[in-house]
Design a protein around this ligand. Sequence first.
Ligand code: ZN
Ligand code: ZN
Ligand code: ZN
Length: 148
Amino acid sequence: MESLFEVLRTKLKEKGYKLTTQRRVIYDVFVENTGSHLSPEEVYDMVKDKYPEVGLATVYRTLQLLDELEVVRKINFNDGCNRYELNTNTNDHQHHHLICLECGEVFEVEIDLLDNLEEKIENESKFKIVDHNVKFFGYCESCNEKRS
Ligand SMILES: [Zn+2]
Ligand SMILES: [Zn+2]
Ligand SMILES: [Zn+2]
């Protein structure tokens, strides 16, 4: 099996990009924090101590590139900033997210019963669906406890 790092190297090469330290360092943040949904600022905070030469603008640019290469995915959680997560399987359908309106925490849901819904919509609207992307907004367990 190809390691995640090999995937990055192959993808960069395919598109004629070099594997620079900056690209590698930023990608590593995602590999080390699999399952996290990180904003560019958070990524910057994690690399700036060890790699002071990596500025916030570089982080933005690199994330954009990694998103184009489909090694990370950009997600908008309606909280005013774009976040990115590691894309471990480029062919796979993206899991869905639960977003807490109180603390902003993002949880991943593996349950996906939407294929039936897609079929229904296709039949009714004559619209060919190729993918869907769902966010659920609400309150996480601990925030919900505090509310009641
Ligand atoms: Zn919460
Ligand atoms: Zn996610
Ligand atoms: Zn789905």
